[in-house]
Design a protein around this ligand. Sequence first.
Ligand SMILES: C[S@@+](CC[C@H](N)C(=O)[O-])C[C@H]1O[C@@H](n2cnc3c(N)ncnc32)[C@H](O)[C@@H]1O
Length: 257
Amino acid sequence: MSVFGDTYARYYALLYRDKDYDGEADFVASLLREHAPEARSLVEFGCGGGKHAALLAERGFAVTGVDRSAGMLDEARALAATHDADVAARLAFAEGDFTSAQLGKTFDCAISLFHVVSYMPDNAALKAAFATARRHIDKGGVFLFDVWHGPAVLTERPSTRIKRMADERIEVTRLAESTLHPNECLVDVNYQVFVRDRSDRTVDEIRETHRMRYLFPPEIELFADLSGFRVEHSCEWMSRKQPDDRTWGVCYVLRAV
Ligand SMILES: C[S@@+](CC[C@H](N)C(=O)[O-])C[C@H]1O[C@@H](n2cnc3c(N)ncnc32)[C@H](O)[C@@H]1O
């Protein structure tokens, strides 16, 4: 299983071209300004292709993005290079794993966006990821992230989805079929991606399984406690509504204590 390998990275930007990264950067920046008004430097774990990082750098933050996928980091560096020099100077990227990264410095806040925390499949990985976030921020800083919300996953259940996207070069069709493992709080999302080259009509097929952990608020409280954080705020991703059993994505703000 190669999750977010170099091949997937090539199509990721096209598959998520319709994602509202700009609105999401506004949402994250506004929560950071409320909970850490002095914050200027951010470390982002699982930064992927660097879109949030670049948009947050445009909003004045200095962002160091960390990801374990070299292909994703290539995209992120290429994106940074398209920005004005002052924005690009506020961006840095490093290869590293959320469960073990040691950047040798601290930041005002840590962020991890688009369910990267849900990619930590078991308690050991979650604990290690929270510890990584904690050792990269000083006391008083915040750790902001979003996860799959257990009550909604069990109420709505993951369904089969198809997504099609195209640009001038390729057409991508992605089928997502999920298997729920309720005793482990896991969902295996099995992706089958067909990439059709528009010039020679050849089709590549890629298969990936993304194992996602859904989390319940008391678990987040426990992992926060174990890692030197306290839960300060939670809300539905983007809408800021109170989470309920229809809220798939919940955003948490933890305070480093
Ligand atoms: C759904 S993507 C999100 C990327 C980016 N945050 C965004 O919003 O576009 C998940 C990302 O997390 C990264 N990732 C997953 N597990 C990781 C880990 N243990 N350490 C570092 N990066 C990880 C993947 O390589 C991928 O880039």
